[in-house]
Design a protein around this ligand. Sequence first.
Ligand code: NDP
Ligand code: HSE
Length: 452
Amino acid sequence: MDKIKVGLIGFGTVGTGVVRVLRENSSVIKDKLGCEVVLKRIADRDIIRKRETDVPGDILTTDVDSIINDPEIAIVIELIGGLEAAGDIIVKALKKGKHVVTANKALLSTRGKELFSLAGKEGCDVGFEASVGGGIPIIKALREGLAANRVESIYGIINGTANYILSKMTNEGGKFETVLKEAQKKGYAEADPTYDVEGMDTAHKLAILINLAYGTYISLESIYTEGITRITELDVRFAREFGYRIKLLAIAKREGRGTHPEVVSGEGKSIEARVHPTMIPLSHPLSSVEGVYNAIHINGNASGPVMFYGRGAGMMPTASAVVADIIDISRNILKGKGPRTTPLAYTEESLKDIKVKKIDDLEVPYYIRFSAKDLPGVLSKISGVLGSHNISISSVIQKGRQRGGTVPLVIITHNSLEREFRKSIEEIETLSVIAGKTMYIRIEENSGGADQ
Ligand code: NDP
Ligand code: HSE
């Protein structure tokens, strides 16, 4: 076979990048594959709009089915995003015996089980490297490079838009709305950017990482998800004063970590799965991940900590991951073979349900910023309520002096049980010395950085 023909559906940011990578890197791809990858057809609902790269008019179509039904096309690349139409395309393509490449984390995190199982039944590959971490080859790393490990923990900065916004707020004091617009202009944000800033996109990606790391399909509802829209410049500044950075983290941890045999068996254990703004020490490698860059820090029980770093969004990095999947699948086609592994690397029979720890049962230290009246005795009232919920204080800062006015009163706690912590905040907010909504951020002291 001297050519593998592929069809692209979705000629937007990533689709345009795929056209460019296939064209600009055609000779290196041919040298690695031993055959040419030919983009036979591109479908999009708008084929008039000017893109960053020109393509011959006769390969453009608005007819998606003309790709799915083309017997010469071996691989269908779905890059339209969204759930329904994208799901239909993938199902139809797989039923036609076509391999599929997609970057659609929203879809895979909701219908992954069904789509992967259909792919298995049809003997087709589904490549989804671009669905997490943009240009970082994290899917392959979890499926292959780290296959020998039990994954103890995953800490990820896996939304480029949110990290871009937080970095600009931290380093340049940029305003949230302005910086979000910049990220959208650069092609980083989702069609609906609430997915980025409210943490849903991070949760979609965490679900996929958990699928791969733990061999389980986790429901999105079981991932506690909180975005970055409540974070203010004030919190960013206080975080720095206490020696922390605020990052939107995706966190997954196996309960009962360690290498003791009883723990390693893992039976009946639960995992933590959560997405929220998190304060991490300035010394942690994730704290210096800036802008659109993503990083995924994984602690394997044999490998120890490993960290993957790179551009997490944008046209070319994401296209790099899509084209890597095309090359990978093409290698199988050339060998006359179906998929070498299941999409999650676990055999179908070994997939299991795993309990997810409830956020109420979490125990972490907290940063709390009260809007408190500047009156004598305020701190003792607040600390009295915290104490009654078994929450002890590690440090306190009160900035400014406005007798009788409102000042930020910031407290860092020791490890506290979330359930009790929330009750204490509710109770404190009823005190007459509190003048506004309380802000709190969970702290991860260790974040899997050191050997644990
Ligand atoms: P874009 O919105 O830039 O591109 C999608 C393209 O598909 C648009 O041209 C859109 O047209 C077209 N389209 C949408 N629905 C249909 C349909 N039913 N039939 C035909 N064409 C359709 O999105 P991106 O390229 O940014 O993202 C594509 C996918 O990649 C998404 O799943 C996204 O989550 C994922 N992704 C994106 C990354 C990024 O950095 N941008 C990174 C990693 C993954 P129209 O403009 O008219 O809507
Ligand atoms: N909107 C996503 C982000 C694109 O900003 O990370 C990459 O998945």
